[in-house]
Design a protein around this ligand. Sequence first.
Ligand SMILES: [Mg+2]
Length: 264
Amino acid sequence: MSQKKIIIFSDLDGTLLDKNTFKFEAVEDYFRDLIQKGITIIPNSSKTEAELLDFNKQYNLKLSFISENGSAIHQLDLINKKLPNKISLCRSIDQIYKKFNETISLNIRQKIIFISSLNIEEQSRIFGLPKDKMLLAKERKHSIPIQFKGNEIEKNDFIKLINDVGLSVHSGGRIMNICDNTNKSIAMSKTIELIGKKTDDKIITIGVGDNENDIEMLKNCDYACLVKNENFDSSLINIDNLIKSDEPSPLGWSDVIKTALQKI
Ligand SMILES: [Mg+2]
């Protein structure tokens, strides 16, 4: 009989990490216990490769991870040496820009602020990051962070237009990202497919998120977990047996994971 291999796909900001301090000390021992017990944790974030490598380094972790809203999968060779170190699931930022420029009218463009066009102080303020961390957040290879200044109707029109030309828009906590036609869920499926080829174990997935850009991933998991986020209306989510926390991150993270593990 095959054994179970539990993989947790976790968003970081607002899910594992406190949404203001970006820390998770309160649950860090529990987080490390899970790894010790053989549970695989794969951060699945809108953060860049540079930020996620920094996360690993800062906490002395060796985690595989998914960057830029499902744009690329990294360091699967840490799970199995025969797996690739990096897999890109989308076009380059230049190609995404080109498509964007061909598609979006001047009228809509006037409502878009490209984060890259702002000075570093302004960028740091929007991301809530100190300057050194902001430099890592700027190292985008596959996604374009923006703020949209129009109303809801204009925003939905913009998203539809973007989707129609094979790109996508992901709304996280502080900004929106224009990406290729990928998301956290697609990258998660690809990751499971690759890991599955190298093991006879039955893979069981837990997904944890706190926002709109996590929903597809949660729908695709065996156990979907939502960490409380006061700025996100969870009543809009239609997922059977969704495990919700009463606390925000980081405490909410350990609460939902404990509940999910009890159910497995
Ligand atoms: Mg989040």
